[in-house]
Design a protein around this ligand. Structure first.
Ligand SMILES: [Zn+2]
Ligand SMILES: [Zn+2]
Length: 66
């Protein structure tokens, strides 16, 4: 069965990653249904959609100025 890998982010989102065709489908445009879904190592970060934009809601760090 073909494999769709996905990664789980700390915000709870799952994002599809690499898609691997199985040997029988290799070189064709056919995919198995259903595909096997395999979780990769969960990310330690949030996904892009949940990253805050710089200068807006970013967490303030106190950086000593020289
Ligand atoms: Zn397959
Ligand atoms: Zn997210």
């Amino acid at each position: 069965m073909c494999i769709q890998t996905f990664r789980q982010y700390t915000c709870g989102c799952k994002k599809n990653e690499e898609y691997k065709q199985c040997a029988e489908r290799l070189g064709t445009n056919v995919i198995c249904t259903p595909v096997e879904r395999v979780a990769l190592d969960p990310s330690a970060h949030m996904c892009r959609n949940h990253m805050v934009k710089q200068g807006k809601d970013e967490m303030r760090r106190i950086v000593p100025r020289r």
